[in-house]
Design a protein around this ligand. Structure first.
Ligand code: DC
Length: 231
């Protein structure tokens, strides 16, 4: 049993895009009153800032200067987890297809990953009761000693359909074939990069969300959290 007086309970949720990490993490955070750290949003903020400042995604000196000054914060509302970049609400600006690909590219740079490691850990450890971190390398690199590690995955075509629906609802419709192609590119980049590639931690609980309703995924993780909490 974990003694919560020592540090917040850390729940790592890793997996590829479209597996349901964001929806599951948000619901869990609201139900458990845990802090939610959307680490993908942090990489997206860096990509947006680089794009706006004209810094190329492989310009290591430019990226380092940008990282020294970047400030990313979150505010959880009932509707969504708002993301602020240097004080500006960029929750929608970071969700475009262009920034998705850009984030995947900047996240392959060790200089970026190292600079963001401390920020991700600080945000989680500041939580009162517990923190849910969603990303690609939480259980392997950011918190290799996380209390609970989940690797959430699903068939690529189902993931692309979910992403298509999400874009459609935002009025950003794109052919589903194109969504799948972009997703394959990102999956490849995220899992084949040298530093912190997307892969399940050896001790992660793997959940296939292809045919599972969201409520079932949430229930499975909640059961794991309950088993770790001090009564
Ligand atoms: O989860 P997301 O789609 O918002 O993440 C955007 C990109 O950021 C993703 O393509 C890979 C990268 N990322 C990462 O490398 N490590 C993380 N912990 C989270 C995201």
């Amino acid at each position: 049993m974990i003694d919560l007086s020592r540090r917040p309970l850390i729940v790592a949720i890793d997996g590829p895009a479209g597996a349901g990490k964001s929806s599951v993490s948000k619901i869990l955070a609201l139900r458990l009153d845990f802090t939610l750290v959307d680490t993908g949003a942090i990489y997206r903020c860096v990509a947006l800032k680089a794009q706006r400042s004209g810094v190329a995604f492989d310009d290591l000196t430019g990226l380092q200067t940008l990282l020294d000054a970047v400030k990313v914060t979150f505010r959880m509302d009932v509707d969504k987890n708002h993301v602020f970049l240097d004080g500006e609400d960029v929750s929608d600006a970071i969700r475009t297809s262009e920034i998705s690909l850009a984030a995947s590219q900047v996240s392959g740079q060790p200089v970026v990953r190292n600079a963001l490691l401390g920020l991700q850990r600080r945000l989680a450890l500041a939580a009162e009761q517990g923190a849910i971190l969603e990303g690609r390398d939480i259980g392997t690199v950011v918190f290799p000693d996380a209390d609970i590690k989940i690797f959430l995955f699903a068939d690529p075509s189902i993931r692309a359909t979910r992403r298509y629906e999400e874009l459609f609802q935002k009025g950003l419709e794109k052919p589903v074939g194109q969504v799948l192609e972009d997703q394959n590119k990102r999956d490849k980049e995220d899992s084949e990069r040298e530093v912190a590639p997307l892969k399940p931690a050896a001790d992660a609980v793997k959940i296939d969300s292809t045919r599972l309703p969201l409520s079932e995924v949430v229930a499975q993780i909640e059961t794991l959290v309950s088993s770790k909490r001090v009564p």
